[in-house]
Write a protein that binds this ligand. Sequence first.
Ligand SMILES: Cc1cc2nc3c(=O)[nH]c(=O)nc-3n(C[C@H](O)[C@H](O)[C@H](O)COP(=O)(O)OP(=O)(O)OC[C@H]3O[C@@H](n4cnc5c(N)ncnc54)[C@H](O)[C@@H]3O)c2cc1C
Length: 400
Amino acid sequence: MQKIDIAIAGCGIGGLSAALMLHGQGHRLTLFERFAEPKPVGSGLMIQPTGLSVLDSLGLAGQVFSLGAPVDALLGLNTEDEPVLEAAYADLSFPQAVGIGIHRSSLFDVLFEAVQKAGITVETGREVDRTELGSGGRTLHFADRPQSPAFDLVVDALGVGSTLVPPASATLPYGALWATVDWPSSGPFNPRLLEQRYRRADQMVGLLPVGQGKAAFFWSLKGEDFPAWRDAGMAAFHDQVCALWPALEPVMVQLTEPDQLAFARYSHRTSPAAIGDRLVHIGDSWHAASPQLGQGANMALLDARGLAVAIAQTDSLEDALKRYVALRSSHVRLYQALAWMFTPPFQSGSIWPALFRDLFMAPASRIPPGPRLKANLVAGLVGARLGELELEVPDYSALS
Ligand SMILES: Cc1cc2nc3c(=O)[nH]c(=O)nc-3n(C[C@H](O)[C@H](O)[C@H](O)COP(=O)(O)OP(=O)(O)OC[C@H]3O[C@@H](n4cnc5c(N)ncnc54)[C@H](O)[C@@H]3O)c2cc1C
């Protein structure tokens, strides 16, 4: 396709990676972000083999690998100390595969530095309100600034609260409190495991290594219970967490103020359309889900790759957007359905999903080919169509 003018709204994981790829193809890029200084919000996340393959295509896998922590497996135990969630990357068909636990800011810094190095224009302090299509192309409109010039294409990478998709009620009852803590060197913790503990499905606590001596701590909490949690005070919280997972004591002594924890509300929403006239949605603006399966950032990276490949393979913008949908929609639909199914067994107020998890789901998933299927699901690889996205799983032995 001939070189075009592209606006990307949102300087998050999807927006930054799409900017790098499309700039690399020679298109003219401008990124718009509401923050005065682009910055990531939140604590840790997992980069799966899918996401790492995209980062590898950008030449950034080594940096991400060195800043994060290699994670061999996910392990979740119930109050009887029975494993009810187990997935090991060793069950994948390629050697030395791992997930990478990483602080959101480390991933952001790697992508943002690459954008700056590439000389891509980033316009900050631009709160995107809406977009309009005119004869000269598509413009972005901002809260209290003049509108943008017209672009051939607007990429909506505004995340779950995008103002460029129809508003929809998407907030799930449960979210989680997140905090970054020092890795507890005392205690029975394996630095290569993402571990969780559950009481039924209404209590969940987890610890994810994120590299550089740090861990992400998370505690499941209902949105409506957040004010009561603040009122109850940190001593009560400490007792509640340690009653579920006593070994977490060295983590809990680090958390003395409520403001050390950020409450993340989770959403589940798939926008009715991924594309419009000179408009495309990538990442959470297209499909947001609770992070039970740890896929959101990886999906945003894959969307960015899908868009770049589609634009490179086609002669017209219309064909490119259709190709993007063809490349990505089946994977998006599958993982949206899986996230919807897997949320209640791990976050709900009802006893039944937890019983189903403990009595049927966990035992059944241990019977072959259960372990391999689970590993592929967690790795994001089921239906990801890496070949069509011109991606290969990175060579983990070279990275480590
Ligand atoms: C607590 C938590 C834990 C998670 N854990 C994982 C995990 O383990 N693995 C995983 O893969 N995913 C995880 N996710 C999901 C993942 O973070 C998201 O799916 C991913 O960040 C989506 O990328 P994005 O580029 O679509 O949006 P974002 O990364 O959210 O970026 C959106 C950008 O747009 C900007 N923006 C928003 N609105 C406007 C506006 N009106 N005007 C201008 N700019 C705007 C924002 O400031 C931001 O920079 C988690 C999410 C949460 C909340």
